[in-house]
Ligand binder design. Structure first.
Ligand code: ASP
Ligand code: MG
Length: 402
């Protein structure tokens, strides 16, 4: 019998009515002949609310206790969903991460799954039960509860799909699927029928907050069939995430904007071996996500090094940057907060120079200065002034006929 893993996000189970709706969908899936495993997130914003409550007691709580706390959100929603399914006369069981054998490392609040012992889930499925699993959580070897990082239920779902060799993994959410850009920002955004893992991964990392990037990496590695679709409109087929082979070549598939970054420049560092190494090694232990590193060749044996970091990491890394400035004797770091990163994504975009020139041409037409550029095989990102990001996004989206 085919096995399916479905995941329902927080908005899909935000209240009683919506839980009933999900219950019907799950029952339909079961009736259509699947062994059905369902992963759920915590109801609505309840994870945020738990975090807020804890911070009232202690602004800096330990991550072990935070995991103990926020994992309860999912325990609540799995029981609610199981109760809803039970009430319609179907055999169902809810399981926490621990009960269904999800073993993680010991990094509280961003744990990684080491392995899943699927025996319990298999037993339940063999009893012809629907299995409801708490997303976002697991346990360490010693049995302590961990969580996988915000949005981690997607990763639970894909990891289960891999471990159970599911036919497919469906991610149910509050939008119809993956769009060419954020439909809240650009009205003409259109729904993509399919997208490659690589493109989807870039979209997710670049701020299209639909899926947890780790879940896409995992699906790509295992070639898991993944579908993102609406929990409210079951008639829409959503977006299929597939291997790149089936995709057409060199085409822009989406545009993203990330306003949540800052640009840091360290001007006039000495032009000699070890200087970049010193800067970035001083940031290693701070666990910060560095992006768009650029070194300009300057004059008189001096260079500028610039890079971007997420806005929320700025305060946290400034002491290390200042210490570096002091140590190498460069000019003081320059910080620019009012910047956005606009990216176009699509397999092979850098292989066709018309695409880059078209993008830069839009900025030129709008009189927008490009402050930094970085590329990979499947994306071109530009740093521009934040107050120009909306108009740039609309113009670029229109230009590439998305
Ligand atoms: N409830 C968790 C969060 O809000 C996990 C998830 O929703 O995937 O981050
Ligand atoms: Mg989510």
């Amino acid at each position: 019998m085919s096995l399916i893993v479905q995941k329902y996000g927080g908005t899909s189970v935000a209240d009683i009515e919506r839980i009933r709706n999900v219950a019907s969908r799950v029952i339909e899936t079961k009736k259509s002949g699947y062994q059905t495993v369902v992963v759920v997130s915590a109801m609505g914003d309840s994870t945020d609310e738990l975090i807020k409550m804890a911070r009232e007691l202690n602004p800096n709580p330990s991550s072990r206790e935070m995991d103990m706390l926020i994992s309860t959100g999912e325990q609540l929603s799995i029981a609610m969903l199981a109760i809803a399914i039970e009430s319609k006369g179907f055999d169902v069981i809810s399981l926490t991460g621990a009960q269904c054998g999800i073993k993680t490392d010991e990094i509280y609040s961003k744990a990684k799954i080491d392995e899943i012992d699927t025996r319990r889930i298999r037993q339940e499925l063999e009893q012809d039960r629907i299995v409801i699993v708490a997303g976002f959580q697991g346990t360490t070897k010693t049995g302590d509860i961990t969580t996988l990082g915000r949005g981690g239920s997607d990763t639970t779902a894909v990891a289960l799909a891999v471990a159970l060799e599911a036919e497919k993994c469906e991610i149910y959410t509050d939008v119809l699927g993956i769009y060419t850009t954020d439909p809240r920002l650009v009205k003409s955004a259109s729904l993509l029928k399919s997208i490659s893992y690589d493109e989807m991964l870039e979209m997710a990392k670049l701020g299209a907050g639909v899926m947890h990037p780790r879940s896409i990496e995992l699906a790509r590695k295992n070639n898991t069939k993944l579908v993102v679709r609406s929990a409210f409109d079951f008639n829409s087929n959503g977006t299929e995430i597939i291997g790149a082979k089936k995709m057409e070549k060199a085409q822009v598939r989406g545009v993203t904007i990330d306003e949540n970054i800052v640009r840091i420049s360290v001007p006039n560092v000495p032009d000699k071996p070890g200087i970049a190494f010193k800067l970035f090694s001083s940031l290693v232990d701070l666990n910060v996500h560095i992006d768009m590193i650029i070194q300009n060749l300057n004059h008189d044996g001096l260079n500028d090094i610039s890079f971007t970091v997420p806005s929320e990491d700025l305060d946290h890394i400034m002491p290390a940057i200042n210490a570096y400035v002091e140590e190498v004797g460069s000019s003081p770091a320059r910080i620019k907060k009012e910047v956005s990163k606009l990216s176009i994504i699509g397999t092979g975009v850098t292989s066709d120079v018309k695409i880059a020139s078209g993008l830069f041409g839009r900025f030129y037409d709008l009189g927008i200065n490009i402050e930094m550029i970085s590329t990979s095989e499947i994306k071109i990102s530009c740093i521009i002034a934040q107050d120009k990001s909306q108009i740039a996004l609309e113009s670029v989206h229109e230009y590439f006929n998305l």
